[in-house]
Design a protein around this ligand. Structure first.
Ligand code: ADE
Length: 231
């Protein structure tokens, strides 16, 4: 089983690279892909660089070039739901692109022609996350993640995203990865730990908590791999 693990920023995959320790590096399309194996699972690891275009390229490359059969995304997010605090984990039940707007043609915000507003995550991976959370006595909130090519640091914009997409958290890659995985029929899963509240302090908060929250997310991914080994 070849498993892809991706983040957007180097900080999001560094805890995983450090954990695996030995890996082969392959360069492709101006990016690096790290190949390793873990307890019999073949793993391809990469950070895409931020934004939907980079994330789509990386997800498609991991699947088409490196043969990934499942994709796990690990990283940080801005909280929309006020119950989510710094360091809390959220796993996406479904994802939407909040910056996709063809409403002038009568479609809802986020609607992709010949597609839908939301792409749903793989139920098997959601169930696996739930059982890992129970075993490790960790709380992982399930919720809707909204994605766009903007770092959100504005309460009005955040509230618009909450109202329009019923979103619990927001970031800049998840929904594009979801679209790619859905098209290529690859089970996927997006996990994020909160780094900020997408408000006027978000930039400072992000800088302060990027590393620690990225580590929380990465550690949960490793626990999921441990569970997959036993499947
Ligand atoms: N990722 C983490 N925090 C974010 C924010 N406030 N906006 C967009 N992406 C993020």
């Amino acid at each position: 089983m070849q498993i892809a693990i991706m983040g957007a920023m180097v900080e999001e995959i560094t805890p995983l690279l450090e954990y695996f320790n030995h890996y082969e590096t392959v360069e492709f399309a101006k990016n690096k892909y790290y190949l390793t194996s873990y307890k019999g699972l073949d793993i391809v690891l990469a950070y895409s660089k931020i934004g939907k275009v980079n994330a789509s390229l990386t997800a498609a490359t991991m699947i088409e070039r490196f043969g990934a059969q499942k994709l796990l995304f690990s990283g940080v997010a801005g909280a929309v739901n006020p119950t989510l605090k710094i360091g809390d984990l959220i796993v996406a039940t479904k994802l939407a692109q909040h910056d996709l707007d063809i409403t002038v043609f009568g479609h809802p915000y986020g609607y992709v022609p010949e597609g839908a507003v939301y792409v749903e995550s793989d139920r098997g991976l959601l169930a696996l996350a739930k059982s890992v959370a129970e075993r490790k006595k960790l709380y992982v909130q399930e919720g809707i993640i909204a994605t766009g090519d903007q770092f959100i640091c504005d309460v009005d914009k955040k509230e618009w995203i909450e109202k329009t997409f019923n979103a619990d958290a927001l970031e800049m890659e998840g929904a594009s990865v979801a679209v790619v995985c859905d098209a290529l029929q690859i089970p996927f899963f997006v996990l994020r730990a909160i780094s900020d509240a997408a408000d006027m302090d978000a930039g400072f908060s992000f800088d302060e908590f990027l590393n620690s929250s990225a580590k929380i997310s990465a550690e949960f991914i490793i626990a999921m791999l441990d569970e997959m080994v036993h499947d």
